[in-house]
Design a protein around this ligand. Sequence first.
Ligand code: GLN
Ligand code: ZN
Length: 750
Amino acid sequence: MNVGSTVLGYPRIGPRRELKRALEDYWAGRTPVAALESVASELRARTWAELAASGLDSLPGNTFSYYDQMLDTAVMVGAVPARYRGLGLSDVDTYFAMARGNDAVPPLEMTKWFDTNYHYLVPELGPDSVFSVADNKPLREYREALAQGVTTRPVVIGPVTFLLLSKASQEGFAPLGLLDRLLDAYEALLAALAEAGVEWVQLDEPAFCADRSPVELAALATAYERLGRLTNRPRILVASYFGTLGPALSVLAESPVEAISVDLVAGGLEGIASVTALQHKTVVAGVVDGRNVWRTDLNSALAKCATLLGSAARVEVSTSCSLLHVPYDVDAESNLDSAVLPRLAFARQKLAEVVLLGRALREGTDGVADELAAAAEAVRVRSGRDDRVRARVEALRPEDARRAEYATRARAQQERLKLPPLATTTIGSFPQTGEIRRARADFRAGRLGPNEYRRLMRAEIERVVRLQESIGLDVLVHGEPERNDMVQYFAELLDGFAATEFGWVQSYGSRCVRPPILFGDVSRPEPMTVEWAEYAQSRSERPVKGMLTGPTTILAWSFVRDDQPLGETARQVALALRDEVRDLEAAGIAVVQVDEPALRELLPLRERDRKEYLDWAVESFRLSTAGAADSTQIHTHLCYSEFGDVISAIDGLDADVTTIEAARSKMEVLDDLRAVGYGRGVGPGVYDIHSPRVPGEDEVVELLTAAVRVIPAERLWANPDCGLKTRGYAEVEAALTHMVAAAKKVRAQL
Ligand code: GLN
Ligand code: ZN
């Protein structure tokens, strides 16, 4: 029967983050490039050995990267902007200059990879861009694997997605116009691969899982018509992931490519059977979730594959996307909550699931009945159910998400807080010194007792409060020294979450995150932040902001249960936060900030799914905050400058004050807010905290002067773009001093 098994990609940072260490050692000049290369080739060899041993029929290749696959593709086709070429560096250092910048040049822009928490580097293309096969990394790695006896299918970003995700180096230029030129390079690439004996190549076109215009769909048709017609080429698998292909499915089915992958976790089988042209293709069925950590419901996955057999010439069982987005191996975990452990599958376990499904599909289920039954059991057992939480969510009424009119609240808050126009504040965190990190680590490891830990944290809070008072800020923060991460901190204190030891996932370059696993009903056994906020408030007459992370951001940066709608999970988290807000109020806190920096990140790729998402995201934020008294000022913070698609939702959050990234876009966001009728407080960031540069006072005066023309000063705040935890104290003190001086100056001119 025509059945196979494969996966679309594999993690590359190393099971113990070996690549991270090797990269950072090299960047810091501690090791020569040869040391980095040797770690890299060892990791590649291990990956190939593991994939080969898994029993998959076909293995992805070129899944390794020193930094990012989009950057690799740019370098592959020679799209290296002149400012990097001119540096006269070695190839690898030119590559790292593009990724990270150096004293002479800033890096390429970096942005989110679709709706994941992975970030890619944005290639820059202009009318003068020319392409060639400048660096045939796919072929190099194919040969390297072959020398090890492993045959791979090189994975490369497809030409159309490459152009759609690139940015124009000059205004008004559309990179898609370069398609013809780029296809010349891809033709040469495919010819070189075929020459070397490569049988299959995988071209990733995830951009077509988002809404695309007719022109873009036509570009897809052109691209695969041209590549498909080549006589000297490997067979082509066009991979799609993170959603359904929609109209792009028939475009690809009618092109001469041999195989198409569909994400059957994000989307269903609808519409697939009606694409009759698929009868002649291999369909790679992404039935094992490449983005989440749960064991697969094998029976239902099998049923999907079996249905597909009726619509395609061949079916290959696969993952929904590359396994890059999940950790390596559940078996590495020794401290995981036993309620959740048996339900987990990381990359290595997912390989086994795919292989098993392939076997079952080919040979029937008799030979694998035990495995299927065990999997069904693991999926059926749902631990972490909490009836009290469920009853509470059940009992929610619409008014629980509503506060009084803004005017009423604003009056009550002003009476209590007596803030000047253009009030000054910060976003929450202050620099995290080595000393603080050490104290946290020592406390975790039990080397530091709770009393001593508390003493150190309090001393730090005291210092941060004194600093803010001396700078003259109006609304203070405690500085968040006790938090390692704005989601992990809460996940560790809430019931329903588990933490892994080695569950690292690449976020960008050498940076990894270890998302908590939200597996059960969420509740708050005890207050999470009150102790620190209360202490900070006791050290000052000025208001201190309580600091929480919002429900959508907590979900976005965790692996989340998939047995109920996300909105339901968000409501549970919201109720826990609602109790925290109440407790903060009871402790005398008059201002509470609930951060939602990930609001935009989870926005569905397709327009038709957005309303439902924004409805629950907004509602859960409001549920967390609407229990507050009128006189409690609720802030929220978001850190993206392009808010186009979510601007009405931001208004819908109904926060009294919204602080928002704005420095890089020169306050443009204010016009956007005004356009949707936003009429509450707003704090457009007046300087970019991503760089160590200290803004001059005049520069901030200029921005604030522009801002008061759009928003009345009573509702306008002055604050940085985001938290200060990655900065140093010297910069922070100077920058905030300039900011406060600038606010005073503009205030005086009102
Ligand atoms: N309160 C957080 C901080 O200041 C907000 C971080 C964020 O927006 N990503 O660090
Ligand atoms: Zn931020």
